[in-house]
Design a binder for this molecule. Sequence first.
Ligand code: KIV
Length: 286
Amino acid sequence: MAYLKPDRPEKVYVPALRKAKKKGKKLVCLTAYDYPTARIVDEAGVDIILVGDSIGNVIHGYGNTIPVTLEEIVSATKAVNRGSSRALIVSDMPYGSYHINEDETVANALELMKHGGAEAVKLEGGRNRVKLVKRIVDEEIPVMAHIGLTPQSVHKLGGYRVQGKTNEAAQALIDDAKMLQDAGAFAIVLELVPREIAEMVTNALEISTVGIGAGAVCDIQVLVLHDLVGLTFGRLPRFVRQYADLRTKMTEAVQAWMDDVKSGEYPNDDESYGLPDAVDIEELQS
Ligand code: KIV
């Protein structure tokens, strides 16, 4: 008897990325930090959900990613895990969680996998992280690397600027990417990198590049969901294309509800409960 395939899309695992690259098939990645947004992006068909440390900017309002804790990412990953069934879940290792020593880094990555439900981890840095990436991969934990603009280095870099702007810096990015691939990373985020350099990196690698502000050639595109749907505050970077304005929609909904409450329109009889037969209102009032 022919095996009937269940009527649902196949779960995305790490090897699917390399297969997609070989076929020239683009994949997509979005951030999510909670159950409802994980459900929405997973059901929409996004291939990878990144539980990014951008949670620090987007959800906690810290202003940058430096204060984000491992506990915050574990908690967000648990919620995302409950809300998704198909996408590959990649969790960011927050600042400080991979900076002390290798053993502590592995313990923190294991925490994300065992208790959070992450299926891979992401960390920032180039050649300085090669040994660490190899060690984590040796412990059966898939690693996504992240080069170009690395927001956890904001104080060192002095802001969020395009990287790889000299021959030397561009060559360093290409070399870093190759070294991270050799160390066992399964994908590399390229953030704020000139598109020509991103193309050179993408063509030089067998593993996938995940572009954000790095042009169209990257194998995978990633964005912060809240930027995409208009739920962030302040000026958006030029690489963001906003597809909805949920902030305005939510403000309008809240104001409409407030107006209805104040005018006595809300709640109406259908939105409240009538007196049960067993209750004698006259007796209660006497
Ligand atoms: O934390 C994050 O959302 C990220 C993406 C911007 C790649 O690292």
